[in-house]
Design a protein. Structure first.
Length: 253
């Protein structure tokens, strides 16, 4: 019985040890490796690392984990970890990424090289896309463009962005952008007269005060609905604002 228990304990220990993270050691072989860091990301565990200056790396892995290798100037590469990969230092060869430009066909215009002469020769026409059933193009803000990029970049791209901090930076920019929108919505209701006579705050802090108040959802909900209630809340906010701004310039009487 004791022998059976010892054997069971041994098998369980071995099984647990194999299920724990192992170390995948390797080296990237590629041009310009000393000038560009390579991102090595464990997609399965959502962890990652970057190469040292000589291209070497160490990454915690488990058998069957999916690993991807990427950089700005090299082609994307992926592998699934097996026992053989852990036996010795792994060499990963990355090829330079070649961006092929589309073919350009030069039309046989008789050009002189003088814009003032050549441009009038070229026939152009305006196409109204709405006449073909397309809607008017909606221009995206920089934040919206970044969000669209994240949505279309796929799982691998999103993991890499989380690893290198880009995702956190984007979230922070979105938060700031939303707060600035609220500030701009509140600002017209904080007049110079209100700041001088009731809030007792120098009007030079108008933008700062609007930004400070934009965090309050209750205040933002009554803008344009209940002016008296809004002023009461702004007066309460003004006391906290003045305490936070201990070096406020006194308002002018």
């Amino acid at each position: 019985m004791k022998s059976f228990l010892l054997l069971s304990f041994f098998v369980l220990s071995v099984t647990q040890s194999f299920s724990q993270n192992l170390q995948l050691r390797g080296k990237i072989i590629a041009d310009s490796i000393q000038h560009y860091q390579i991102n090595i990301v464990n997609i399965t565990q959502e962890t990652g690392t970057t190469t040292a200056q000589n291209g070497s790396f160490v990454l915690p892995v488990k058998i069957n984990d999916s690993i991807v290798f990427s950089s700005l100037i090299h082609e994307f590469k992926a592998l699934r970890v097996n026992e053989k990969h852990l036996e010795e230092t792994l060499q990963i060869h990355l090829k330079p990424q070649i961006n092929e430009l589309p073919e350009v066909v030069l039309k046989p215009y008789d050009l002189s090289g003088d814009f003032l002469i050549d441009v009038p020769k070229i026939k152009v026409s305006h196409i109204d896309q709405t006449s073909y059933g397309f809607g008017t193009v909606r221009r995206l803000t920089p934040i919206q463009q970044e969000m669209y990029f994240v949505q279309t970049t796929g799982l691998v791209g999103q993991v890499i962005m989380r690893f290198n901090g880009q995702m956190e930076q984007l979230k922070r920019r979105i938060e700031i952008n939303n707060k600035v929108k609220k500030q701009l919505r509140l600002r017209p209701h904080i007049t110079e007269n209100l700041m001088r006579n009731q809030l007792k705050i120098n009007p030079i802090y108008r933008d700062d005060f609007a930004y400070f108040c934009s965090d309050d959802p209750e205040l933002m909900a009554i803008i344009g609905e209940d002016k008296l209630k809004m002023i009461e809340m702004l007066m309460e906010k003004s006391e906290a604002f003045k305490k936070s701004k201990y070096d406020l310039v006194p308002h002018e009487e």
